[in-house]
Design a protein around this ligand. Structure first.
Ligand code: PEP
Ligand code: MG
Length: 581
């Protein structure tokens, strides 16, 4: 079965199929007024107990555990004022049973995330569902009456994994299930749903457990105790394998383990080519916890802090204080390493309900990122003030997303100056020389890099959007995904131009799109002159391994060769061959 390889490695073990539990919506109204009081109290009690349960799990986790953040998100959601008001309102006004009210409110909250149509944020649906299930578990177990079924799912048995070498098979894995289960006995995950950025994937990666997500309904054929192979590197799940398959994968597992052991020793090694050129490898992050996790992979800082996460999944804008605390904690956690904070990149596929923006026919070509920031100056100033204040606690740089022309840079710089002046007048300290850079992710910016370079401190190439805009391929559209290709010669020429212009104008150029973590592209990009790569933290060791075993001379030869080629097929075939030697 083919899925998405979400965490690399090979696992061979026995399946434990975690079933979802359907929860009934009674569809009935509360018969008496006093039932309202009883159902409200039941709900309040269930929330308190659920919070206590999560606090108890949290207390067992070590300080640097990736699960701590998941648990904190759970507590926040359980105590979410909007969810509470909505549930109590449904009980009081619509005369709903507490369980029905919870299911309906959670379903509505999930819908908000689902509509965001972004793989990262739709993955957050799992958090909301998880919180809802917790409350439901603590409401009276026997639900009154019968009615329509809805898909409120709950994974059962996660805490009962007793056997070594278990492979968890599930529709999806709720964030806290990965914490409740005895993870030391889990050797692999395979899920029907999920994406590379779903929580199960993030935790599997952080714990080094091979995982394949998004396998679809085909996983249904697996029964508990079936022998299963999970190939997290190749994105494959093999059910009831033959002896020869088992032998083949056992050998792959040994090879992977050896390779991983070598890569793990690299976290403290500098990424230097064999002829002594120092390359900087950084992590793309969205939170302080991810900053911490990235250090273990040898990240030298963050080349992209996506700030959207802080603004999502809530009903109001985070204020200056909350934003300041968010940036401050990340800056402090980086322990002197640089962090590039990207200003809000909302719009397109990431909408904020409280912005109240009308739907657009072409959201990726519409009101997005810097366009919104320049239009909503107060929002922009608040974010800039918070970043500036946090710049006292670490080495922060500011990066503007979706720049398409020089006027946007000038306007943004003027607003930054205004924010600085405001802070100076109030005697609030900040880094007066904070660097201001831009993402190069729109073709016009890539082509006019020579113009832009004169007015910014650095470039960071965002290949995810650069690819979609250059090739006119919506990055979210399944039907055209075969055309979404960063090795297209058109995209590569733009990248080469940006790096070249950055060099010529003596400004620093990094890359923070997914291509930066793709080992097939490492030597090509090095040869083009790229010196800073920012990626998913777990990709750092593999990219570093290529750098330390190759010379700049070889990288240049490869890139010259590639840039003379006429198709991405020829380029990827050639790069694959080059990687073997
Ligand atoms: C990019 O476009 O390459 C990028 C890094 O930004 P995002 O994926 O957040 O749009
Ligand atoms: Mg982008």
């Amino acid at each position: 079965m083919k899925g998405i390889g979400a965490s690399p490695g090979i696992a061979i073990g026995r399946a434990l199929v975690l079933k979802k539990q359907e929860i009934l919506v009674t569809g009935m109204s509360l018969p008496n007024e006093e039932d309202v009081q009883r159902e409200t109290e039941k709900f309040e009690y269930a929330v308190r107990t659920a919070v206590g349960e999560v606090e108890a799990i949290k207390a067992t986790l070590p300080e640097d555990d990736a699960g701590l953040e998941v648990m904190e998100v759970q507590i926040e959601l359980l105590q979410d004022e909007q969810i509470r008001t909505d549930v109590i309102g449904k009980i009081a006004v619509e005369k709903r049973y507490a369980s029905d009210a919870v299911i309906e409110v959670i379903e509505a909250a999930r819908e908000t995330f689902r509509n965001m149509n972004d793989e990262y944020f739709s993955a957050r649906m799992a958090d909301v569902q998880d919180a809802g299930n917790r409350i439901l578990r603590h409401l009276n177990g026997s639900l009154p009456g019968a009615g329509q079924m809805i898909g409120a799912t709950q994974i059962l048995g996660a805490a009962q994994i007793v056997r070594e070498n278990t492979i968890i098979i599930a529709e999806d894995i709720a964030p806290s299930d990965t914490i409740v289960m005895d993870i030391t006995k889990v050797s692999g995950f395979a899920t029907q749903a999920g994406s590379k950025t779903s929580h199960a994937a993030i935790i599997a990666k952080a714990k080094g457990i091979p995982a394949v997500v998004g396998c679809g309904a085909g996983l249904d054929i697996i029964k508990t105790d079936d022998l299963v192979i999970v190939d997290g590197s190749g994105g494959l799940v093999i059910v009831r394998p033959s002896q020869s398959k088992i032998d083949e994968y056992a050998a792959k597992k040994i090879a992977f383990t050896k390779q991983a052991a070598v890569l793990n020793t690299l976290s403290d090694v500098g990424a230097c080519t064999t002829d002594g050129v120092r390359i900087h490898l950084l992590a793309n992050i969205s939170s302080a916890a991810e900053m911490q996790e990235s250090l273990a992979f040898g990240a030298e800082g963050s080349g992209l802090l996506r700030t959207e996460l802080l603004f999502m999944g809530r009903n109001t804008m985070p204020g200056e204080e909350e934003q300041f605390e968010f940036y401050r904690s990340i800056a402090a956690g980086a322990k002197g390493r640089p962090i590039i904070v990207r200003t809000l990149d909302i719009g397109g596929d990431k909408q904020l309900p409280y912005f109240g923006l009308p739907a657009e026919a072409n959201p990726f070509l519409g009101y997005r990122a810097i366009r919104i920031s320049l239009d909503r100056k107060e929002t922009f100033i608040t974010q800039l003030r918070a970043i500036l204040r946090a710049s006292q606690y670490g080495q922060l740089k500011i990066m503007l997303p979706m720049i398409s022309n020089i006027q946007e840079v000038r306007q943004a710089r003027a607003i930054l100056e205004e924010a600085k002046t405001g802070l100076s007048l109030a005697d609030i300290a900040f880094d007066k020389d904070i660097a201001l850079g831009i993402m190069i992710e729109i073709p016009s910016a890539a082509v006019t890099a020579d113009i832009l370079a004169k007015e910014v401190d650095f470039f960071s190439i965002g290949t995810n959007d650069l690819c979609q805009y250059t090739l006119a391929v919506d990055r979210m559209n399944e039907r055209v995904k075969h055309l979404y290709d960063p090795f297209n010669p058109g995209v590569l020429r733009l990248i080469r131009n940006v790096i070249g212009q950055g060099d010529q104008h003596h400004i620093h150029t990094g890359m923070c799109g997914e291509l930066a973590g793709d080992t097939l592209a490492t030597l090509l990009l090095l040869g083009m002159g790229l010196r800073e790569f920012s990626m998913s933290a777990s990709s750092i060791p593999a990219v570093k391994n290529i750098i330390i075993h190759n010379s700049m001379e070889r990288a240049r030869e490869i890139s010259q060769h590639v840039m003379a080629m006429d198709s991405s097929q020829a380029i990827t075939d050639y790069l694959q061959e080059a990687m073997k030697s």
